[in-house]
Design a protein around this ligand. Structure first.
Ligand code: KIV
Length: 268
């Protein structure tokens, strides 16, 4: 059965009004997109986390617009009808509103993604307004913003300090007013995420932001347990593919060495 899912960015607000929780998962290639397309998940995110979990970079900072385009095109091929949000990578929207429109426009035109996501608050609201005016839907991203790792010094919970919490609340309202259709809250104390969620008419999508966001997002490699050493508190693993894949490769390798593969069934 195919999920009717979220078909347009307009549905996000409706889901919130109807108190329906939104499920989002990252996706970086056609193979996973084909599987996700047959699932009940509401929408897909081509996150710049592809740089870390798939390309092996230390952070998301090196990810380029061309890399996001490569991944988003593959995801669109695997999931032709799904709502896809693609990340605007570091420095693709910072220089000017013109460069933001050019890069976000390329992502939508060349990949078939439906919306972009950008990290940051009030400072980027003019950019958000410009993108939305150009018919490019924007998802915001507050709390831990991994593209700023060189300033924040690590991947830690954000908003514990009352001043930071106040700023995050202001940023969330400003992003809503600027036209964002939803906001990701990453690594935010549950009470703060709840307060922000209750203060907005657009949905919040949490990752490490507790139980009261309007939806949740996880990195697909994380929820599938592809890295046995990555066990943050916020993560629930729904599979242990690290071990399953390793065992399968070992079995194959052993079969090759003993001559059990290829067998008589595998030859022409
Ligand atoms: O890049 C990404 O995968 C993300 C999610 C963690 C929200 O931004």
């Amino acid at each position: 059965m195919k999920n009717s899912g979220i078909k347009s960015v307009v549905d996000f607000k409706r889901y919130k009004e109807e108190k329906r929780s939104i499920s989002m998962v990252t996706c970086y290639d056609a193979a996973f997109a084909r599987i996700a397309d047959k699932s009940e998940v509401d929408c897909l995110l081509v996150g710049d986390s592809c740089g870390m979990v798939s390309a092996g970079y230390e952070s998301t900072v090196p990810v380029t617009v061309d890399e996001i385009i490569y991944h988003a095109k593959a995801v669109r091929r695997g999931a032709p009808d799904r709502l896809i949000v693609a990340d605007l990578p570091f420095l693709s929207y910072h220089e000017s509103r013109e460069s933001a429109v050019r890069n976000a426009g390329r992502i939508l035109k060349e990949t078939g993604a439906n919306a972009v996501k950008l990290e940051g608050g009030e400072y980027f609201c003019d950019t958000v307004r410009t993108l939305v005016a150009c018919s490019i839907p924007v998802m915001g991203h507050l709390g831990l913003t991994p593209q700023s790792v060189n300033v924040t010094g690590g991947y830690r919970v954000q908003g514990r300090d009352p001043k930071d919490a106040e700023r995050m609340k202001r940023d969330a309202k400003a992003l809503e007013d600027a036209g964002c259709f939803a906001i990701v809250l990453e690594m935010v104390p549950e009470n703060l995420a709840r307060e922000i969620s209750e203060s907005l008419s657009i949905p919040t999508i949490g990752i490490g932001a507790g139980r009261y966001c309007d939806g949740q997002v996880l990195v697909i490699y994380d929820l599938l347990g592809m890295n046995g050493k990555f066990n943050p508190k916020f993560l629930k693993k729904y599979a242990n593919l690290d071990e399953i894949i390793r065992n399968a490769i070992n079995e194959y390798s052993a079969d090759v060495k003993t001559g059990a593969f290829p067998g008589s069934d595998n030859v022409f």
